[in-house]
Design a protein around this ligand. Structure first.
Ligand code: BG6
Ligand code: MG
Length: 220
């Protein structure tokens, strides 16, 4: 029986995936590395430092920076990102999400947030959704980022639920892998190609309907 839904934040609850892209792209420009949305798919769900490493590698500059310089680059990206997220209001909750959260509440399905972002709590606060989540996993307490299953397992543990009682919702390939490896039912939001490993996927958040999700979960 489904007892808990564990949500990713960026790209599922709000469109901050776009802000991460914009901020990384700007940082990339400064150091002469350009990348497109296709490459950006590889950064979704990945921690700040791991994202930077992937960008440097992509640009053939993996060995060009010291640890301190890399920390400075990641810091600058985050400052830019923080500027972008200042404009977030509840109006930026993606279509269908409010209804889904309300439907979960009505069915007494418990909610947790499993975001790799250290900015997660601030964003949830700006969206005025903090109350809705019983558990918000602090990514700073984890050993391994997505695609490791740790963050979803931790969310379930904090809810006091087993993996079989939970569903995870993600927009990142790394996130779907993380859910699958936690042996939970995975729901993806995105293209058929990027969500090919998900147990069930929709193209857009407004297609995330609790009844449909429950049906797929029960028939798995
Ligand atoms: C994830 C995003 O949710 O959080 C990634 O999908 C991001 O793109 C990661 O790199 C870490 O975010 P932050 O806010 O701690 O830099
Ligand atoms: Mg995401």
């Amino acid at each position: 029986m489904l007892k808990g839904i564990i949500f990713d934040l960026d790209g599922v609850i709000t469109d901050t995936a776009e802000y991460h892209y914009v901020a990384w792209k700007e940082m990339g420009k400064k150091i002469g590395i350009d990348f497109d949305r296709d490459f950006n798919e590889n950064l979704k769900g990945i921690s700040r430092m791991d994202s930077l490493e992937r960008i440097l590698e992509y640009g053939g500059k993996a060995n060009d920076y010291s640890r301190e310089e890399k920390e400075e680059l990641a810091y600058e990206k985050n400052e830019q990102y923080k500027k972008l997220i200042k404009q977030i209001t509840p109006a930026n909750i993606l279509p269908g999400i409010k209804q889904l959260l309300e439907d979960c509440q009505q069915k007494e399905i418990r909610l947790a947030l499993a975001s790799a972002s250290k900015n997660g709590p601030v964003i949830v606060e700006r969206l005025e959704l903090t109350e809705q989540f019983e558990v918000i996993v602090d990514p700073a307490t984890l050993e391994n980022g997505k695609p490791d299953p740790e963050i979803f397992l931790k969310a379930a543990e904090l809810l006091g639920l087993s993996s079989e009682e939970c569903i995870g919702i993600e927009d990142a390939e790394a996130g779907i892998e993380s859910i699958n490896r936690a042996r939970m039912f995975s729901v993806g939001v995105g293209s058929a190609d990027s969500m090919k490993e998900a147990n069930y996927f929709v193209k857009d958040t407004n297609e995330l309907n609790l009844k449909k999700i429950l049906k797929k979960f029960e028939n798995q």
